[in-house]
Design a protein. Structure first.
Lengths: 304, 304
């Protein structure tokens, strides 16, 4: 029996799972073992690595993994198997993570970034089953994306495809940390919406993107304006992506998709208006939630 | 000896060519026969079809084509082999063009739209040889695009991929015929730049995109502003496309690319600033000029 170990290095949490391939071939998405721990506020790559290895050995309980799949929360050069960096955790610059993990567990290792892994997970096990061409977008702390094209993952020339978060949709919009103005991420991500609300309301601390969505639902006009602007930016980004690539499905994941019916209406309407009439698309919520990258890591091992 | 017939149905001109496959396998891009005629101002699909068939028989001079490749200037459903419509010539709605041509010439026929065909032509014979992932953009009467991804043409779910001309880059920009504001085509195409110049200058007739480029080079401030805005819009579109798909090369074709060194500088600088630093790209001129779609039609037959 094949036993696959999968690891998800998030910006703030580490998750590991073990799955019997016999089980997932039967169509049942169940973990043999599964555990999530949180990274300390000032951790680094070394801490994350040691904590993850301990977690994995705990889940394996002495058995041997036949393969390891890794989802990493940051840019990865898939061709060379190198983590480029993490935007959240120090010390990840140019780390050959698959090599280190292969040495630890003495087996084959595959890696991808979390958005690509989530796209693969949703395509193989979730909302995108049977779809040949899809774009997965996570709308969360940041906004990222991953492609399935022609029934397989598409990563681009040097594994940088899918960065819809830094598509400019409003060149006169607010400045983004990336150096440009009016990126999708700058307008649609949770922390940026929270920061914009805090700035206009004068309330400086502790507001989250979720709070903005709740205040908008309660009738707060400024919160509603910020939330609608985020949904509009995402909708323009989706419509532009549809004009460029003509996928038949766009899957949305991440915490911000829980912002309510009105948010979904604005995203869908704006995308429909931005895309050409002949290039329409289904925009649907992710089915696997926070575990999409982990299931994608399972699929990574399966397909390689 | 295999002899391929290729047909390019443009909006205002019809071009046909005949090529010996033995010749192009040798790397020499030479036509055995080649001819271009212009469509009348108020022609229709029936006229174009009859004129093209006559042209093809003239070039074949009694010999039989082993295959026919077609480039069509408008959206084509490649899966069903149906021309959707032409934006320039009446009567092309839902025409099964390959079927008609196959019946006329009694051989296998392949078709694609002109931007996809040009992308394929540049990839197989022109500026994109050896490149796995590229975007071809024609900047002309309209702005259209075609993809080569993973070393093969990518057309999307229903052959609508590549429509970079209707990517919105300035939501507060001028209205486009497509119903949106600030599309790449609305700002960067020749006729729209000419129309904008005519409107601001009060000169109403006979101005072309080429005139705007010449006036800009001669120091006319308004012409320069319009040309720079077009180059900026195209650059943002390219940068956004690079963030989404991470191609290693973007090839620019069409008459507007002859707008001078300054136009190229603005396009390249804006694209570089819009793309993430890790996803850089070479932006190069097309090598095959107006014949790119026709050479793409040769490649269409070759690869099918």
């Amino acid at each position: 029996m094949a036993m696959v170990l999968v690891l998800d290095f998030g910006g703030t949490k580490l998750t590991a799972g073990v799955v019997d391939t016999a089980v997932y071939h039967s169509g049942s998405l169940t973990w043999r073992a599964y555990k999530r721990v949180y990274s300390p506020a000032h951790g680094d790559a070394r801490f994350d690595m040691e904590a993850m290895v301990a977690l994995a050995h705990e889940l394996l309980a002495g058995e041997k993994a036949t393969a390891v799949g890794i989802s990493f929360g940051g840019p990865v050069d898939v061709a060379t198997g190198t983590v480029r960096l993490s935007h959240h955790v120090a010390g990840w610059e140019n780390v050959p993570l698959p090599e280190i993990v292969a040495s630890e567990f003495q087996t084959v290792v595959r890696i991808d970034n979390d958005a690509n892994a989530a796209a693969l997970g949703e395509w193989r096990f979730g909302a995108g089953r049977g779809v040949a061409d899809l774009l997965y977008i996570t709308v969360s702390t940041g906004v990222g994306g991953g492609w399935i094209l022609g029934g397989r993952p598409f990563r681009g020339y040097n594994s940088m495809a899918g960065e819809i978060g830094h598509m400019v949709v409003d060149p006169a919009g607010p400045h983004c940390l990336c150096g440009k103005r009016g990126c999708v991420e700058r307008l649609a991500s949770g922390p940026y919406m929270a920061a914009d609300w805090a700035e206009t309301s004068g309330q400086q601390e502790g507001v989250t993107g979720q709070d903005v969505a709740i205040m908008a639902a309660q009738g707060n006009r400024e919160a509603r304006r910020i939330l609608e602007r985020g949904a509009w930016a995402l909708g323009v980004g989706i419509g532009n992506a549809v004009n460029l690539m003509n996928p038949s499905q766009v899957i949305l994941g991440g915490g911000v998709i829980k912002s309510g019916v009105h948010w979904w209406e604005v995203v869908r309407r704006t995308a429909r208006e931005t895309a050409l009439p002949q290039a329409q698309v289904d925009i649907v919520p992710a089915a696997l939630g926070d575990d999409a990258p982990l299931w994608g890591a399972v699929a990574l091992v399966e397909t390689t």
